[in-house]
Design a protein around this ligand. Structure first.
Ligand code: IPM
Ligand code: MN
Length: 374
């Protein structure tokens, strides 16, 4: 069996971490009798600065032929913040309609958490972040005082929405951003969360801010309750986003599957990352179960560490395990996670963020070795 997998190393430390991910996935493939053909796509700051191009339609259509993309990190200080992130990363999430952003929050054995008295059995949940809507749709602008008009369009696989906005303002200048959730969009991601909970500890926690942003998140709540009706064995609860940040710290053991709109999901998963030992350990998967999915660490491109061979590759390697699982190689995926955990438990070969002195490539080589010998 042979899989073709596009790889986008991206910017900053992207090349260093993705190389270690590839090393470990190749070891797992070898052990389990399949192989991976990597197809390199040099998207990112370098390509943008040279050509003025972020990612073109043709590339996107080509990438759409594959089930899984392996991504390093996007973002570079030479380019104005947001250009690459929106033009490449969000563009791909939306183009491929990767409506689920799956982010496991699991404290592996051998890792210390900043939470006092919590152990690995206490921190083991999954955040299912909606990944195509909310305040991420890119609809907004600025308007100077007086009258003005703006037209916007949101094009998604599920729908097209047009907004026309007449503005009359006597403020010197305003900035505004429109968030939007759709019934179809909420329904599919909440269903995914309940299906996932059925395979786990059968509890789904919803995140919103329906007490204040009651139109957008009121819809979310209503749909959540509708979906919940079809899963009588699954317990559920509602959490306001401000409160859930507190519960993640105080009682992480309460959570099994957490389902959240896009923006709150972005925020709470950085908190999730730190309680599982740090950004260096937090993987993510952008999933379209029927199409092209994309696997990446949740951390960014950490430009100041570029070329230093010191960043922790584990988040990327773990994201690689999620990629293998997605390609229907669950035992290979399990081997990779076990090898990561063994490496962490042994505690000898680790990067500086975990108090060690080993390099990015030493950690990758060791985990690849463990995959083969476990
Ligand atoms: C993430 C990142 C992205 C996001 C940025 C880089 C666009 O923070 O994957 O969490 O906000 O989703
Ligand atoms: Mn983020």
């Amino acid at each position: 069996m042979k899989y073709a997998v596009p790889v986008i190393p991206g910017d900053g430390i992207g090349h260093e971490i993705i190389a270690e991910g590839q090393k470990v996935l190749e070891a797992a493939a070898d052990k389990h009798g399949f192989s991976i053909d990597w197809i390199n796509y040099p998207l990112g700051a370098e390509h943008y600065l040279k050509t003025g191009e972020l990612v073109n339609e043709e590339t996107l259509r080509e990438l759409k032929k594959y089930r899984a993309i392996y991504l390093g990190a996007i973002g570079d200080p030479r380019v104005e913040p947001g250009i690459l992130e929106k033009g490449i990363l969000l563009r791909m999430r939306f183009f491929f309609d990767q409506y689920i952003n799956l982010r496991p929050v699991k404290l592996l054995e051998g890792v210390s958490t900043p939470l006092k008295d919590k152990r690995s059995s206490d921190i083991d949940f999954v955040v299912v972040r909606e990944n195509t809507e909310d305040f991420y749709i890119g609809i907004g602008s600025r308007a100077k005082s007086g009258r003005s008009h703006a037209d916007f369009e949101v094009k998604r696989a599920l729908y097209t929405i047009k907004f026309g906005l007449d503005i009359e303002s006597d403020s010197e200048e305003i900035g505004y951003q429109i968030g939007e959730l759709s019934k179809e969009g909420c329904c599919r991601v909440i269903k995914y969360a309940f299906d996932l909970a059925m395979k786990r500890r059968k509890k789904v926690s919803s995140v919103d801010k329906a007490n204040v942003l009651s139109d957008i998140y009121g819809l979310w709540r209503e749909i959540f309750l509708d979906v919940a009706k079809n899963y009588s064995q699954v317990k559920h609860d509602f959490n306001f986003v401000d409160a859930i940040t507190m519960w993640f710290v105080k009682n992480p053991e309460w959570f099994d599957v957490v389902v959240t709109p896009n923006m709150f999901g972005d925020i709470i998963t950085d908190l999730g990352a730190i309680i599982q030992g740090g950004l260096g350990l937090a993987p993510g998967a952008n999933l379209n179960p029927e199409g092209t999915s994309m696997f990446e660490p949740i951390h960014g491109s950490a430009p100041k560490y570029k070329g230093k061979n010191m960043i922790n590759p584990i988040a990327t390697i773990w994201a690689g395990a999620m990629l293998l699982e997605h390609l229907d190689q669950p035992s290979a995926a399990e081997d990779v996670v076990n090898a990561i955990e063994r490496n962490l438990k042994e505690g000898k070969i680790r990067t500086y963020d975990l108090g060690g002195r080993s390099t990015t490539s030493e950690v990758g080589t060791e985990i690849a070795r463990l995959v083969k010998t476990l």
